[in-house]
Ligand binder design. Sequence first.
Ligand code: FA5
Length: 345
Amino acid sequence: MAVENFDEKINILEKKVKEAVSRALDLVRLDEIRVKYLGRKGELNDLIKELPGIPEELKAHNGRRLNSVRNDLENLINKKSVELKDKFVEEKLKKEGIDVTMPGRSVSLGHLHPLTKVERRIEDIFQSMGFSVVFGSEIESEYYNFDALNISKDHPAREMQDTFWIKNPKSEIQNPKQHLLLRTHTSPMQARYMEKNNPPLRIIVPGRVYRHEATDASHEIQFHQIEGLMVGEDISLANLKAIFEEFFKRFFNKKKVEIRFRPGYFPFVEPGIEVDIKLETGSKWLEVAGAGMVHPKVFKAAGYIPGKQQGFAFGVGLDRLSMIYYGISDIRLFYSSDFRFLKQF
Ligand code: FA5
């Protein structure tokens, strides 16, 4: 083999690699070049294999040349690899770059449900009049929901409140203290609270209640009540009227709210009344609560000494009051989870 030929072969290889490297646009292509020319089975190794065939006196010179060309080309490829990596990062940053001068996106915050807002307003007003806020359990026993409130098993008043009963899987024996239900009103807390606390007392009990009845624009199967109870030596319906007048005035932000008591029937009060309000002269009366003087049998069931105290109790429908307050025509909207409705509050 002519010596010039071998020298020339090295030159051509060197030139080819340099050109290929300069044209490589990404790291994948660069690696292909490395494998093709400098890899174990690459073209440079092919030339090394040819070394034994050239004249003895030139072997050393060409051997050194091959080594130095390999080193140069490896350095060249490494340098190019760093360049390509830098370019890749730069382009990625350009694409995903953050413009710190752009205005931020506004975060939309949630807010309280309208019924919660109304409940808190009511709690605030009653608390400012010296009432404590207490809570009861939504799962209640037959005893506290009915018996302790003078509604015995075959009392027709039980049918006034269609009940969701909870089956007791352990026993068929229906002990009223163990027989569970979803409370049909907040009144059971009257009995529970008086069992543990002596008069004088004034409490309100806000909470969710359940009735197994058909729904319509003013009836839900799950709704809210606020129970009120005030007991002392000489608490009368006049006190209830004064408290309601003050409460409704503040609740509706009015100078005056007219209040009307009509006879009503609830087994746990005597006398029992229905409470109506009128917000403007000339407007119609709105029914807002059931109420009355606590029945002696309710005091007795709570363990109070007969004749030692008297007091009033009331039950306000929170949903109905919220409907009046916000001018909402259908109670079911409160429970629809419809954002178009909820966003208005
Ligand atoms: C009672 O539940 C009595 N516990 C109230 C009471 C308490 C009377 C203390 C005397 C002393 P009533 O069933 O009328 O009463 O319900 C009270 C209020 O709850 C009603 O005035 C009404 O505003 C509301 N209400 C009743 N049923 C529904 C229903 N299905 N959906 C929405 N609100 C209702």
